[in-house]
Structure formats: structure tokens, C-alpha cells
Design a protein around this ligand. Structure first.
Ligand code: SF4
Length: 236
């Protein structure tokens, strides 16, 4: 029996052998209305669509509850649920939303309907086919995440000024590594924002702020607003 690739193994665990049969169906963990806790639109009312499943296992993951379970929904059912919140700003997140083929159709439809759409993605899967009207918030996994080998560096060539790059930093080593990647890949020339986010309870935000000021780092410090307000409870 041929050995499964890391992504095939993920499909086997999450969807019992294959992703949902039709790209018009997605497995959804939750859809809820809250304030955006991160990135360029922090603090703005937003509807979150959290897709189930992720092929990565970052050591700091705060959404492990989305690794499995969930409910199969058609794109039309997802859109109907979104409409009930009367909110034009949508964040598609996970898990790793791009691991489900139907995510691309969902994003296209949301853009077509005139929503202001963002996508939170791990940076391990290609963003090449994602609608460029979507603001893609692309993680770059650091050494201390435990998943640095998953970065798909070809994504850098697909970034636009509508996109954002996020580094979750766990240590001084991660911070120095991220600064080198900004220079090496000329990231500040490619996206609107490069975000430095201290890993919750692993790196002190004030310490990171001091380092950034000292080094004149061309990045934006972000602290996860939803954790300050709601202590990381699901559904916020
Ligand atoms: S990519 Fe995101 S959802 Fe997946 S393990 Fe890492 S932090 Fe968790």
C-alpha cells in the first residue's frame, strides 16, 4: 500500500478517507458574530466562519477543538446563516480553511455578494487560487511553532498589497528568524501589513514591543483582542 502524503493523512483523519464529495459542501465547526481580534481590521464587528480540520499541529494552537467534528453544510446554507447576522465583514478561518476544496467556492461567492472578506491561513497550502479580492492573512510558521517545515514559500509570489503576513512568535529565536525572513523575502514591499503576534503565555508582549522598538522593525505588533475580552472562549 503506498505511503500517504501528509495532506492525504489529514484527509483520512478528518473526512474518513476523502474531503467532502462536492466542492459545494464544507465541514463547519462554527459560524458566529464577534469582534475581529487580530490583523488589519482588529476591533471591527465580523462574522467568523470556522472550517473544520487542520493538517498542521502548531504547539501553541488555540483552536484544537476545530480539528474534528463539525457539520457538513452547503455553501448556500452557510450564506443563509451569514445573512442572519446583518454584517458585511466576513472572516473565513479554521483550522486550515484551504484544506477543504470547497473553501475557494465559498470565498468566490462571498466576494461576488459584495462582502468584505478575509481569510486566515497557515501558509502551508497554496493561496494561488484564492480570489484576490479576499485579504489573505498568511501565517509564516516559525521554528518554535514546530511546523516551520510546512511553510509553502511559493505563496510569497502570490501576495498582493491587499494581503497580510503574520508571524506568531514564541521566543527571541523566533523573533530573530522572522526579521531575517522579512528582509530576505522583502515582505514589507509585498503586503499591507506584516504582523508580529506574541504567542499567548509564551512571549511577553511588552518584551516583544521593546525588541521591535530597539531594532526599528517594520512590522505591526498585535495582541489578540478576543483573548483580552473573552479569555479564549470558543464562539468569540
Ligand atoms: S495552523 Fe492554525 S489551526 Fe492549524 S495547528 Fe496551527 S495554529 Fe492550529
Amino acid at each position: 500500500m503506498p505511503r500517504r502524503s501528509w495532506l492525504d493523512s489529514f484527509y483520512w483523519r478528518t473526512f474518513e478517507g476523502s474531503p467532502p464529495e462536492t466542492v459545494m459542501q464544507l465541514r463547519i465547526t462554527e459560524i458566529f458574530h464577534s469582534l475581529q481580534g487580530e490583523a488589519r481590521s482588529v476591533g471591527l464587528p465580523t462574522v467568523f466562519v470556522r472550517l473544520t480540520g487542520c493538517p498542521l499541529r502548531c504547539q501553541y494552537c488555540d483552536t484544537a477543538y476545530a480539528f474534528s467534528g463539525g457539520e457538513l453544510m452547503t455553501v448556500n446554507a452557510i450564506l443563509s446563516k451569514i445573512e442572519t447576522f446583518a454584517c458585511r465583514r466576513i472572516c473565513v478561518t479554521g483550522g486550515e480553511p484551504l484544506a477543504q476544496p470547497g473553501c475557494l467556492s465559498l470565498l468566490d461567492q462571498l466576494c461576488h455578494l459584495g462582502f468584505d472578506v478575509s481569510l486566515e491561513t497557515s501558509g502551508a497550502l497554496s493561496i494561488a487560487e484564492v480570489n484576490q479580492a479576499v485579504s489573505r492573512v498568511v501565517d509564516i510558521k516559525t521554528p518554535d511553532s514546530g511546523e516551520v517545515h510546512r511553510n509553502d514559500w511559493s505563496n510569497v509570489d502570490h501576495l498582493t498589497p491587499n494581503d497580510q503576513i503574520k508571524f506568531v512568535l514564541c521566543s527571541r529565536q523566533d523573533y530573530d528568524w522572522a526579521r531575517m525572513r522579512i528582509d530576505e523575502k522583502r515582505l514589507t514591499e509585498r503586503v499591507s501589513d506584516v504582523l508580529f503576534s506574541p504567542s499567548f503565555e509564551q512571549l511577553d508582549a511588552a518584551v516583544l514591543a521593546d525588541w521591535m522598538l530597539m531594532d526599528r522593525v517594520p512590522a505591526r505588533l498585535q495582541i489578540q483582542l478576543h483573548k483580552l475580552l473573552w479569555q479564549d472562549a470558543p464562539g468569540h
